[in-house]
Design a protein around this ligand. Structure first.
Ligand SMILES: *Cc1c(COP(=O)(O)O)cnc(C)c1O
Length: 355
């Protein structure tokens, strides 16, 4: 063999994305729901499995689920597409609108997938730093968009990992004053109550991403969806793999959506636990929590964050640390059950007391 072929140049700087696997009793590192699906829904799933069609390919458009979602938001099924998690839809958007010399804007710190997937498909990323309070400098970004003409602008609201939303007014400024697709990632919108889904029919360049992975307790199944103009959906369907959502996941997601009232108490519990945890974190010396509209809280630690991370792990709690310089003193803690949050609070208090 002569010299073996190298991968594309863009991949050179990337490492495989492998979430940290640590054995911990309490996993508060990935913003999943700490509550599994309620037993009544699990029982309904079991019942449906009795006559389930395993041997046929799934519905390529997830038509049933697609119609249900359209009804929930008062849009047409043409405004909806399902993905293997919303991560896949980010990839679809970049395949359809990015690549081949095009660029995107991100506002750091934010969800790392915008950067990673952009690089894998050969799209240039212009990274804008958020302000001290982690807000987006909207005027500056809109000005820059005139020069760089990005294909996509990624806005995560509430933002992962900082927890703060961007106002609908700011989003409308982006929509009106740029020609880019404005991608609003609303993975945590069920916890914030704030959404721009009602603007889908007003702005053809608005794209909203939602997921069943967080508030709907289905991270294990991989179902996300996009709401956008029928024009954008049509183009995403050109690059989407035909059978991207498996039949089992479609069935369960459809059931959960039909019976979503059952999940409401869980979501409300997480919201009230978030607010309680925030207040108690504020009371702890050496811990500075960022206000959050999501199901996690970013904290700044006076003691080295890696030390605090280790102490939490010793107490059986896995949280998320960061390698990027700006977040070196921070940890992101997913809101768990009341009991789980108490372990976090007690451990953090203990560290301050030198225990
Ligand atoms: C968790 C998360 C997602 C991923 O959702 P999946 O549907 O599980 O792929 C997307 N965006 C943000 C900001 C997230 O935090």
């Amino acid at each position: 063999m002569t010299d073996m072929i190298e991968p594309r140049l863009e991949l050179g700087a990337l490492k495989p994305y492998l979430p940290l696997e640590e054995d911990a009793q309490v996993v508060l590192s990935a913003n999943e729901s700490s509550y599994n699906l309620p037993q009544t829904l699990v029982d309904e799933v079991k019942e449906k499995l009795g006559s389930f069609t395993f041997n046929r390919y799934p519905d390529a458009l997830a038509s049933g689920l697609r119609k249900q979602i359209a009804t929930v938001y008062g849009v047409s099924a043409d405004n909806v597409v399902l993905g293997n998690g919303s991560d896949e839809l980010i990839q679809c958007l970049l395949l359809a609108y990015g690549a081949c010399g095009r660029s995107v804007f991100t506002f750091e710190p934010t969800f790392s997938m915008y950067n990673i997937i952009s690089q894998t498909v050969g799209t240039k990323v212009y990274r804008f730093e958020r302000t001290d309070l982690f807000d987006v400098d909207v005027a500056k970004a809109i000005e820059a968009a005139k020069d760089f003409e990005p294909a996509l602008i990624f806005l995560c609201s509430p933002n992962n990992p900082t927890g703060n939303p961007i106002s609908n007014e700011d989003i409308e400024s982006f929509l009106k004053q740029t020609g880019a697709l404005i991608v609003i990632d609303e993975a945590y919108a069920e916890f914030s109550g704030q959404t721009v889904t009602s603007l889908i029919n007003t702005y053809p360049n608005l794209v909203v991403l939602r997921t069943f992975s967080k508030a709907f307790s289905l991270a294990g199944l991989r179902i996300g969806y996009m709401l956008a103009s029928s024009e954008v959906i049509k183009n995403v369907l050109k690059v989407k793999l035909p059978y991207n959502c498996d039949a089992f996941s479609q069935m369960v997601a459809s059931l959960v959506l039909k019976r979503k009232d059952i999940l409401k108490p869980q979501i409300e519990e997480i919201i009230s636990e978030r607010d309680r945890t925030f207040v108690e974190l504020k009371e702890i010396n050496g811990i500075n929590p960022c206000p959050s509209a999501a199901n996690f809280i970013l904290i700044k630690t006076e003691k080295e964050a890696s030390f605090v991370w280790k102490k939490l792990l010793e107490a059986g709690v896995l949280v998320r640390g960061f390698s990027e310089p700006r977040l070196r003193d921070y940890l992101r803690i997913t809101i768990g059950t009341g009991e789980e949050n108490d372990i976090v609070l007690k451990t953090l208090k203990g560290i301050v007391d030198g225990k």
